[in-house]
Design a protein around this ligand. Structure first.
Ligand code: IPM
Ligand code: MG
Length: 369
């Protein structure tokens, strides 16, 4: 393991900077205690990058991301930039990072902390103890497929087009990540598509089935249509261990799964590329929540998704499983001790600020260490 772990922070827009700051404090904590040394750099992405440089991601920032061992992103977007041309929108910065870093596997865990089982909009018995993960394909499918665009028809009407497309390789490499994960967890995987109406879904199902038979027969594989999966997620989410699905279905189903845990403000994610010869993967970590412009800059946002994204970074990029668990335990303890930002506070509970939540997590970390 290299002595200096290179991290690039891309706090981005809205609440991105405030929540990322709290995760950065956790990095500083490990650094100061000489548990691990990190080299931290920072750059712009999204609307703030557009305001400064006229592009949502400069070439220099792209290069810094490719050079880093891991990227921690905050959030991108906001109403201020809603009317920009498509290519300059804040979201393009994030999509370019995913595409150029070839981050094809997006891991989105949905984990219910015991202290929050009553914060969900679903009944406690439906969500208590939930621990599942969605593996979303991230660099293919309808997000990037060609042809795409809006054209004007002879009669003056217009036509918008996007293309859902997957190749064998794209399906197999993300399915492999999901099978490997399942092996380390409950050994159950559910592959989700719309093979009843889409050829790309038929191919998806066939390739996953083949890979399973050839290499992962020890893992239990089931298939589900995406619409049924959405329904099953709110009906009985605990039936799932690992879900593997395409880019668009994964986008939708992961928001749904996130909400089971009480708040979007709780959910971390990891986006991983292929392993190089040394076993190292390009990686970007980010909260699943967005930029929440309505509460930005007010010290109200929940920083736990960002802090938990950092825990995923320690686990997947730096092989620091013990420290990752420590951070997750510190979060669980802070929650058990009643620490609540507005998004996860139930009636009668006092609400603390973004920075105070950071303080509570760091305090618990110190006690655990
Ligand atoms: C997500 C977001 C992004 C997506 C947006 C911001 C481009 O919704 O990460 O889920 O659609 O992938
Ligand atoms: Mg989304």
């Amino acid at each position: 393991m290299a002595s200096n772990r290179k991290i690039l922070l891309l706090p981005g827009d809205g609440i991105g900077p405030e929540v990322t700051r709290q995760a950065a404090r956790v990095i500083e904590y490990f650094d100061k205690r000489r548990i691990a040394s990190f080299e931290v750099k920072e750059d712009l992405v999204g609307g703030v990058a557009f305001d400064r440089h006229g592009t949502p991601l400069t070439e220099a920032a792209m290069k810094a991301a490719l050079d880093a061992d891991a990227v921690l992103l905050g959030a991108v977007g906001g109403p201020k930039w809603d009317n920009l041309p498509f290519a300059q929108k804040p979201e393009r910065g994030l999509l370019r990072l995913r595409k150029d870093m070839e981050l094809f596997a997006n891991l989105r865990p949905a984990f219910v902390f015991d202290a929050l089982a009553d914060a969900s909009t679903l009944k406690r018995e439906v969500v208590a103890g939930l621990d599942m993960i969605i593996v979303r394909e991230l660099t293919g499918g309808i997000y990037f497929g060609e042809p795409r665009g809006i054209s004007t028809l002879p009669g003056g009407g217009r036509r918008g087009i996007n293309t859902q497309v997957y190749t064998t390789d794209e399906i197999v490499r993300v399915a492999r990540v999901a099978f490997e994960l399942a092996r380390k967890r409950g050994k159950r995987i559910c592959s989700v598509e719309k093979a009843n109406v889409m050829e790309s879904g038929v191919l998806w199902r066939e390739e996953v089935t083949k890979l399973h038979a050839a290499e992962y027969a020890d893992v239990q594989l089931t298939h589900m249509y995406a619409d049924n999966c959405a329904m099953q997620l709110v009906r009985n989410p605990k039936q799932f261990d690992v879900i593997v699905t395409d880019n668009l279905f994964g986008d939708i189903l992961s928001d749904c799964a996130a909400m089971l845990t009480g708040s979007l403000g709780m959910l971390p994610s990891a986006s991983l590329g292929a392993a190089d010869k040394g076993g190292r993967r390009k990686a970007l970590y980010e909260p699943v929540h967005g930029s929440a412009p309505d509460i930005a800059g007010k010290n109200l946002a929940n920083p736990l998704a960002s802090i938990l994204s950092l825990a995923m970074m320690l686990r997947y990029s730096f092989d620091m499983e013990d420290e990752a668990k420590l951070v997750e335990q510190a979060v669980a303890k802070a929650l058990a001790g009643g620490a609540r930002t507005g998004d996860i506070a139930q009636a009668g509970m006092s609400r603390i600020s973004t920075t105070a939540m950071g303080d509570r997590v760091l305090g618990e970390l110190q006690k655990l260490a």
